[in-house]
Design a protein around this ligand. Structure first.
Ligand SMILES: [Zn+2]
Ligand SMILES: [Zn+2]
Ligand SMILES: [Zn+2]
Length: 338
């Protein structure tokens, strides 16, 4: 049920290592297969997985101009930065991978994705970035990374971008994004909500439309389903009770849920009306999910943290409140096997 990191080997990986060692007793020397993410060798038949590339709200952390303690440290120490929310979906069997949300931190996140999956062929000075990019919506944290795909930077050619019709319209009708479409840097493949998109024999992504300030486009969550497990990615929603679907029903059918944890509580941004930027406060989610069985609560990982959100600080009372409610805090580098 819990995510892994690449520091730990999967059970299957371990079995293969042992099998390899056994064979080597009969022939050549035993080779360790304990590898770091960037050097991990291909392990056939490993399951698809999701790697977290970022967990911050659209503005990232530090946020521009913030002189509060939440951002001061990250302004001086780049390792304390939180990248904007984004996921990598990797399929070791096919060597393919997809980016979920193109964040403003896409350059660093593409570097983080290097070597995932290990079976991927990444040769030459400019190997293909991804087999496709899935977009949730047209708020800056979720699509503006596309700018690095144009002529000024990577110069992609027909890179598939999966989005709703309204997101497609937004990209097609507005510069500078329209240039990416006209120059065939990206090729938009619009999808229908609730209709699974096949990415392989046993790998599907199903978009769900959720209520969110739809100034430029509608907004999707994604259910990513592998051969054994599935993961819900829902970084932005106005409030749980504004959704026609009960989040609990979605939760029942997945194994992991990375959900909107933008703000911990009311009053978190002094001087701003929080009703203008509605999100379910983590305090509201904790109350709502307290009714659920622990087997459901343990699926939940909060993500999309605003820079003001104290939940990201280890040992804070907000952090403790999430942990003692049997839920989790998403972190960059977490891996969820599907
Ligand atoms: Zn967002
Ligand atoms: Zn701040
Ligand atoms: Zn948004």
């Amino acid at each position: 049920m819990f995510p892994r990191t690449f520091a730990k080997r999967s059970k299957q990986h371990l079995l293969m290592t042992l099998a390899g060692c056994l064979m080597s007793l009969l022939g050549t020397g035993c080779q360790s297969t304990d590898q770091s993410p960037s050097t991990k060798e291909a392990v056939p038949h490993e399951r698809p997985y999701v790697l977290i590339l970022g967990t911050a709200q659209d503005g990232g952390l530090p946020q521009i101009g913030c002189q509060e303690p939440c951002c001061i440290r990250a302004q001086q120490d780049l390792t304390a930065r939180l990248f904007v929310t984004s996921l990598l979906l990797a399929d070791p069997l096919s060597g393919k991978r997809w980016l979920i949300d193109a964040s403003p931190d896409i350059r660093e996140q593409t570097a983080l994705a290097h070597g995932h999956p290990a079976s991927r062929q990444e040769t030459g000075p400019r190997p293909p970035l991804f087999e496709g990019v899935f977009l949730t919506h047209a708020h800056m944290g979720h699509y503006s990374g596309l700018m690095h795909l144009g002529r000024e930077a990577y110069g992609a050619h027909n890179l598939p971008v999966y989005a709703t019709k309204s997101m497609e319209q937004f990209l097609t009708d507005n510069g500078p994004w329209s240039l990416l479409v006209e120059s065939n840097a990206i090729q938009i493949r619009s999808f229908q909500p609730d209709t699974p998109i096949d990415l392989g024999a046993d790998l599907k992504v199903t978009p769900l439309v959720v209520p969110h300030r739809d100034e430029f486009s509608d907004t999707c969550a994604f259910v990513i389903k592998g051969p054994d497990k599935s993961l819900l990615y829902l970084p932005d929603i106005d409030k749980w009770d504004r959704w026609k679907t009960a989040i609990e029903d979605v939760l029942k059918n997945v194994d992991y849920a990375l959900i909107d944890g933008t703000f911990f509580a009311e009053g978190e941004i002094p001087g701003r009306t929080m009703a203008e930027i509605p999100h379910p406060f983590i305090t509201e989610s904790l109350r709502r999910f307290a009714k659920l069985d622990s087997s459901q609560r343990t699926k939940i990982y909060f993500t999309h943290f605003n820079h003001t959100n104290p939940t990201v600080i280890n040992g804070s009372s907000a952090h403790q409140a999430v942990k003692s409610a049997g839920m989790h805090i998403a972190r960059k580098g977490m891996v969820f096997d599907l």
